[in-house]
Structure formats: C-alpha cells, structure tokens
Design a binder for this molecule. Structure first.
Ligand code: ZN
Ligand code: ZN
Length: 338
C-alpha cells in the first residue's frame, strides 16, 4: 500500500508528529492534491491548540496549500490530474444552502475549513472538495503561491472590495505577514499607499514594498499624520493589537473605513467620530476559491510576492514556533515536494 508522510496533531496542545498514512482516495466531488508547499498561518494555532470548537483529532493543519492534482473523485467537473492548484482557509461550500444561493459562499452553513474540518496541507497529499480548489498560474512557484492562499488572499480581497479608488489614501497598519503583502497590493492597485508600523527601521522596507508614505507609530501620532494627507479612505488593520487599531481610527477621512483583518480581541471606537463623518469599522473574511484564483493571477501580473522563510516537513515544529514567535520575515512555508 502506498503511504505518505503527514505532520499531525493528536490532541489539543499536543506536539506535531510525523506519521505515515495510506495515501487517501478522493471521494465524490473531491480531488487529491500532491502537496508541493504549504504555508504556516497563525490560524493553524486553532488546530494545534484546540481552540476551534468541535475540532476532531488527529488532525493535519495547513490551509495555505499549493500543489498538483493527481487524482479526481467521481462527479468532479473541470479539474484534471496535472492541474496546478491551491487550497485556502475556505474548505469548500455546498452550493445549495441559503447563503450559497445568495452568492455568499464564504458563509456556507457547511462551513468547511481546510486543516480544521478535514486534514490540510502539512503532508505529502491531501484531499479537498473541488469547490475549495483554485487554479495556480504556470509562472508562480508553489512556495510563492502558498502564502498567497491565505495572507495574500485576505489582504487582496479586502482591498479590492473596500470601495477605495485609485489615488485614494489607503493605509496599511502593520508590516508583518499580512501587512507586507497588503502594502504591495495597495500600491499595485494604484492607491496612495501609507505604511504604518512601529519603528523607523521599517521605513526602507515599507518603501521598497510600494508605500509612498511611512508613519512610525512610535515616534508619530498615526491619526494626525493621516489627517495631514486628508485622511485615509481605508485603513487596512492587519495587526493583532486592538490598541494599535484604536490609535489609527482618528485618521479616517469622511466616509472612511477601518477594515479589520487582524484578529485582535477588542478595540475602542469613538461613536461620535464614526457618526460625525459617516465613518465605519468593518471586518473582512478572507475569500473563497475563485477569490484565491484571482489573487494568484493578480500577483503574477503585478509582481506581488510574499517574503518567505522555508522549512522541510520534518522541521515542522521549529517552523511553527518560528511563525508563532512573530519574528519570521514574513511568512513561514513548508517545502514538501518542490
Ligand atoms: Zn490563514
Ligand atoms: Zn452552502
């Protein structure tokens, strides 16, 4: 029997274990993917630490998957062995629940999440519903595509749905795993892009990524600096610090929006400030497979790439700890077969 290696977690807060398992067969409506690379996202801690309600073990994490379809289950249309594909956080949708029928596929009641509802990409192979699969452009390496399946998708899709127009002031709060991609997308979309981070030392990076203005939130008041530019139409908040989000909201223009994609626990908002300028605070879900596909295609055309640190699968524990430390520059990726 053909076997594969996977990095599984056997219980909440348990260690990663590299184990051998039979290579799975794809069921109806699913495809099997030979994984080439898989990014390690902060949300993988939900699997590792058992923080996701109802998660079952053992479980293989990983929702930044890039690889090749190598087998197709019954009833799958459009996908064939050999297709280069990615799988992200959205683990597929049913197509017939009320949300799906309204086109809100991300809110499907089935709610499958890759690496949580079923085994993800920390392994040689995985099986995913066809609705979760995105086509990967030929000239994008798997190791570069992987982080774009979650971090890239989330920032790209939030920005393109933000209502900001070319020339508008768009600020990206935080220059980490999400922010270093957000700045690139904002600049390539033609926004007047502002990078906000802590410390003067991040300025060269922000400018290299495409920011035309940099605000050091330790030395300057970011809200006041944004207002000097006329206020931000959109502030994309990528940090996990609610305090940092609270500190920038005063920099919103009239009709400006604080667009939250960093999972901070709480933040302070001034209702008077919101209502006096029709300002808003909004959250953004990452996206579904077609949004991922758009993200990959745009990234190739526009020259947006993640900055990665790579590890082989057998060093998964070290790689995960590196990601959790917050010191990685900027995404951590498992290279599995590339
Ligand atoms: Zn993620
Ligand atoms: Zn549905």
């Amino acid at each position: 029997m053909a076997v594969m290696r996977v990095a599984q977690v056997s219980r909440a807060q348990g260690p990663f274990e590299i184990v051998e398992r039979p290579i799975p067969e794809p069921g109806a409506g699913s495809v099997r993917i030979k994984v080439q690379a898989c990014g390690i996202c902060h949300s993988d801690s939900l699997t590792k630490e058992g923080a996701f309600p109802g998660i079952k073990y053992p479980r293989v994490p990983g929702h930044e998957v890039a690889g090749l379809i190598d087998a197709v289950g019954p009833g799958v249309e459009g996908w064939k062995p050999g297709h280069r594909v990615g799988v992200g956080w959205n683990g597929g949708y049913c197509g017939y629940c009320d949300h799906c029928r309204r086109g809100e596929f991300f809110a499907c009641v089935q709610g499958a999440i890759t690496g949580i509802s079923y085994d993800g990409g920390y392994g040689d192979y995985m099986v995913a519903p066809a609705s979760a699969v995105a086509l990967m452009p030929a000239d994008l390496r798997a190791v570069e595509a992987a982080p774009l399946m979650c971090a890239g998708l989330t920032t790209f899709n939030a920005l393109r749905n933000s209502g900001a127009r070319p020339g508008d002031v768009v600020a990206v709060l935080g220059l980490g795993g999400l922010g270093h991609l957000g700045v690139q997308y904002a600049a390539k979309m033609g926004f007047h892009t502002v990078g906000i981070a802590r410390g003067k030392d991040k300025e060269p990076l922000a400018r290299e990524l495409g920011a035309s203005v940099y605000i050091d939130s330790q030395a300057q008041d970011p809200a006041a600096e944004l207002l000097k530019l006329g206020g931000a139409k959109v502030i994309l908040a990528t940090t996990t610090s609610g305090d940092a989000m609270s500190a920038v909201q005063g920099g919103l223009a009239v009709n400006g929006m604080l667009l939250v994609i960093g999972a901070a626990e709480s933040m302070l908002v001034s209702p008077l400030w919101l209502l006096s300028g029709c300002r808003s605070v909004k959250g953004w879900y990452s996206g579904t497979s077609i949004d991922s596909q758009d993200t990959l295609a745009f990234s190739v055309r526009a020259g947006v790439r993640p900055m990665n640190e790579t590890y082989p699968l057998d060093r998964v524990s070290e790689a995960y700890d590196r990601m959790m430390s917050g010191r990685a520059r900027f995404r951590v990726v498992l290279t599995i077969a590339e």
